[in-house]
Ligand binder design. Structure first.
Ligand code: SF4
Ligand code: SF4
Length: 109
């Protein structure tokens, strides 16, 4: 098979009807501007923790919104609450608050 310098990601189905959306809805109630996220990845690209670890903030808040919470709570401990992600978000989302709220809604979960 020819090599093109990239690989195609495996398909992954997400069943939004069976995933528990309660924590995701609570997060969006507390930080409604997160609905305007365009998944640009600016937060992840600038993330201090992401430069030092495998932490991927865009992936984490996207997983929560999809109702997939496995490992997210533990991953969020890597955030240093430096606030750099908030400075670059093109939607002006208070991403630092998103970190805190994710911890809160998943801590009760
Ligand atoms: S920088 Fe803002 S718009 Fe872009 S992925 Fe992060 S939260 Fe979403
Ligand atoms: S506040 Fe957390 S998620 Fe945002 S840039 Fe800093 S370490 Fe990364």
């Amino acid at each position: 098979m020819p090599q093109f310098g990239f690989s195609i990601s495996k398909p992954r189905a997400i069943n939004l009807d069976t995933n528990d959306q309660v924590p995701a809805e609570r997060l969006l109630q507390e930080v409604p501007e997160l609905k305007t996220c365009i998944a640009c990845g600016g937060c992840t690209a600038t993330c201090t923790a992401g430069n030092l670890t495998d932490f991927n903030f865009r992936k984490m808040h996207t997983l929560v919104r999809r109702g997939e919470y496995r490992e997210v709570y533990e991953q969020m401990d890597k955030c240093m609450l430096c606030g750099k992600c908030r400075l670059v978000c093109p939607r002006g989302i208070n991403t630092r608050a998103v970190v805190i709220k994710i911890k809160r809604v998943l801590g009760d979960y």
